[in-house]
Design a binder for this molecule. Structure first.
Ligand SMILES: [Zn+2]
Length: 373
């Protein structure tokens, strides 16, 4: 993954390329933009490029620094996340600690890079302390902050950073990224339409066979649900859970409103990996995570039905490859039923994150999504 993969905007690319080719990177960057557009992926890739031994405009991916960075083992790239004390905020102690470590030269790479993907969680005292560092940073230090919302940061902090704005990528730009990764044209177009501007989601769907299969199976099931009789809903619920169990290695979504920035990409939410406890709770958790993924595909399906209902063009759908089945399903539902279905799917995802039982939830869901239910 290179940072250019996830930057849809020439302006932002110019800033980062300039930093790498001039040999004079800035001391602080602030990546801002909505969720799911690749801020974290770009920050990680940019940090790697800053440390690449070859010093080109992209990380080479082959030198020792690149290989270590790719495995998260390069000591000079540090991730600062909300501390263990509250789990919610980045505390002043952590920032003081950062300042201490920032005062020593890099040992393995070329620059000390500190990544703060949740900079909106800096506590106010932590933010003020960080601000002091940014007034006179050591010449070998770069901080990369990320935020969805610029108002969550002190204006003085923002003014010390070079801001890089992230926008959702257009389907054309996403398809281009996928083609450059040798994804066949037809698959690239489907994934690009589906991913809603997120490079991470598009790449995951187009290149991870299990995620692709889950989408296919979920959409098949949703098409079936539209023609289903009430007596068939239990079997459909079983099928739903089977599909949910197919994606094993997927990372779980963050437990709060901070959805991972990059869909199925490798850098998303590693924080809760260790929180699972024993095997039983681990498998229950993975059932919930799998079902969550299925629910998001189902949301795209019902979102498309609502778009068609409102007179939208098939070309603008998230699942344009399923336009015929969508048209057929549309006849089975009244508009209020469609709104209720989408609402139910969104609520179900919320409940799953709060430990709802996947089996019961699947059964209720199928019963209520059945047009005759
Ligand atoms: Zn390299």
């Amino acid at each position: 993954m290179s940072y250019t993969d996830v930057l849809g905007q020439q302006e932002a690319l110019r800033v980062l390329r300039g930093a790498l080719t001039s040999g004079k990177p800035g001391h602080a960057y602030l990546f801002h933009g909505p969720e799911g557009v690749g801020k974290t992926m770009a920050a990680t890739a940019f940090a790697q490029a800053l440390n690449c031994e070859r010093g080109g405009p992209e990380a080479c991916g082959e030198c020792l620094a690149c290989r270590r960075a790719a495995h998260g083992n390069l000591r000079d790239i540090e991730l600062i996340e909300p501390g263990s004390k509250s789990g919610q905020t980045i505390e002043i102690d952590q920032v003081r600690d950062l300042i201490t470590r920032a005062s020593t030269r890099p040992t393995e790479g070329r620059r000390k890079v500190f990544l703060l993907p949740q900079s909106h969680r800096l506590s106010p005292p932590a933010m003020h302390t960080l601000l002091k560092t940014l007034e006179e940073p050591p010449e070998f230090v770069t901080l990369i902050l990320e935020t969805r919302d610029l108002t969550s940061l002190l204006p003085t902090l923002i003014s010390r950073c070079q801001t890089v704005r992230f926008r959702p990528l257009s389907p054309d730009a996403l398809a281009e990224i996928l083609r450059s990764r040798n994804v066949p044209e037809a698959k690239a177009n489907v994934a690009a339409a589906y991913a809603q501007g997120s490079a991470g989601d598009a790449i995951a769907l187009a290149t991870d066979a299990a995620i692709w299969k889950r989408r296919e199976q979920t959409l098949d099931l949703m098409a079936k649900v539209a023609r289903m009789r009430r007596a068939e809903t239990l079997r459909a619920a079983e099928e739903l859970q089977k599909i949910a169990a197919t994606v094993k290695a997927e990372k779980s979504p963050a437990p709060d409103d901070d959805a991972p920035d990059s869909g199925g990409a490798a850098d998303s939410s590693s924080a809760d990996e260790s929180a699972g406890g024993g095997d039983a709770s681990g498998s229950a958790r993975s059932a919930r995570v799998g079902l969550s993924g299925v629910l998001r595909v189902a949301q795209a399906w019902y979102g498309d039905l609502l778009a068609l209902q409102a007179g939208g063009e098939p070309a603008g759908l998230r699942n344009p490859d399923r336009a015929d089945e969508l048209q057929a399903a549309l006849r089975a539902y009244s508009p209020p039923q469609l709104y209720a279905a989408l609402d139910l799917l969104l609520k179900s995802e919320y409940l799953l994150q709060r430990n709802a039982n996947p089996r019961l939830l699947s059964e209720t869901l199928m019963l209520r999504l059945c047009p005759q239910g």
